[in-house]
Design a protein around this ligand. Structure first.
Ligand code: NAD
Length: 322
């Protein structure tokens, strides 16, 4: 188990992250063992085939269940869709299978979960892991599929100092900025708060750009004004929702909102924020309004679910009769 690393969840993000992690580990230690696992076994098999075609000597197995992956490796990385999947994989598979191992194996096991999920669920899973003697960090990411592919992700990490130190070197193979945000759940808390701010900002920039055009302003002029004034933010200066108004830049709006961070995931993250806000009695009037705008945009234009969330501009434009 010492030389083995398992990666569970080889979707859009996980496949890129696992590729970077394993290729760097293989370069350092060619006798490393790798285990990949996905609910869709063809995804894990396709990942293995691709990896071995580039690194023919690598030792990589496909695990058919997370149980097999947990038993095989001391380091287990997960990148799953959301809370129910994390609960199922950890409480239903990883924890019961680790419990059957000798205690020195359990205490040397580190679990890194990079899924974006409910903070309370993540904390509950981490305390179950800690209760059996293993270590865990929540390490959600910022940077999207492009960042995952380039190995430039930011990891926002929650966990003890000891588990952070152990995870840091592994995360550095997949990202550029590794930030220890605090104890268990703090990484997710930071991620959810950031995306709450981002989700609201993207909508208000779409509104400002639309209103400006109604008032006869050239969108390029308006974007330049906002970006050199107090209203400027990432949503206006990098991810501007109006095509053609950021000279020399190529936001998703230039490609009919392909690529980037899809609206369905932004809606999921807004839901995580408003849910946790209600639980912790923290009013989020703008967050709740933004969540319903994204939900309504997908309901009226289902194709926007798989487009960058700046496509909310298209939905608002439709409402403005443009
Ligand atoms: P995805 O749906 O492409 O991948 C998830 C993978 O997990 C799939 O391959 C799925 O088959 C697998 N899976 C589901 N249940 C499983 C189980 N029980 N056992 C094993 N495998 C299982 O999702 P993604 O876009 O890679 O996102 C993953 C996480 O990263 C999400 O929490 C998302 O919010 C977050 N995230 C995504 C982006 C992005 O741009 N895509 C950016 C930042 C954060």
């Amino acid at each position: 188990r010492a030389k083995s690393t398992s990666f569970i969840g080889l979707g859009r993000m996980g496949s890129e992250m696992a590729y970077n992690l394993f290729s760097k580990q293989f370069a350092k230690a060619p006798d490393s063992q790798f285990v990949v696992c996905d609910a869709v076994p063809e995804s894990a098999q396709a990942f293995r085939d691709n990896f071995l075609s580039n690194f023919p000597g690598a030792n990589m197995e496909v695990a058919h269940t997370p149980v097999q992956a947990a038993v095989a490796s001391r380091t287990i990385v997960t990148m799953l869709p959301s809370s129910p999947h994390v609960k199922e994989v950890y409480s239903g598979s990883i924890i019961p299978s680790l419990q059957k191992l000798p205690s020195e194996d359990i205490t040397q096991t580190l679990c890194i979960d990079s899924t974006t999920l409910d903070v309370d669920v993540a904390r509950a899973v981490a305390s179950e892991i800690n209760a059996i003697g293993a270590l865990m960090v929540d390490a959600p990411v910022s940077g999207g599929v492009a960042g995952a592919k380039a190995g430039t992700l930011s990891f926002l990490v929650g966990g003890t100092e000891q588990s952070f130190k152990l995870s840091e070197q592994i995360l550095a193979s997949m990202g550029q900025r590794i930030i220890h945000c605090g104890p268990s759940g703090a990484g997710l808390g930071a991620k959810i708060c950031n995306n709450l701010a981002l989700g609201v900002q993207q909508i208000v920039i779409a509104e400002a750009m639309l209103l400006g055009q109604k008032l006869g302003l050239d969108p390029s002029v308006l974007a330049a004004v906002i970006n050199s004034s107090t209203g400027g933010c990432w949503a206006s200066s990098v991810n501007n929702p109006v095509p053609g108004c950021l000279p020399g830049k190529s936001p998703p709006s230039e490609r009919d909102y392909q690529g980037g961070f899809v609206t369905a995931l932004m809606l999921k993250d807004m839901g995580l924020a408003t849910e946790i806000g209600k639980k912790h009695k923290c009013p989020l009037p703008l967050g709740e309004a933004a969540e319903s705008v994204y939900a309504e945009s997908i309901r009226t234009k289902p194709d926007l679910a798989a487009k960058d969330f700046s496509s909310v501009y298209k939905y608002l434009k439709g409402r403005a009769g443009q």
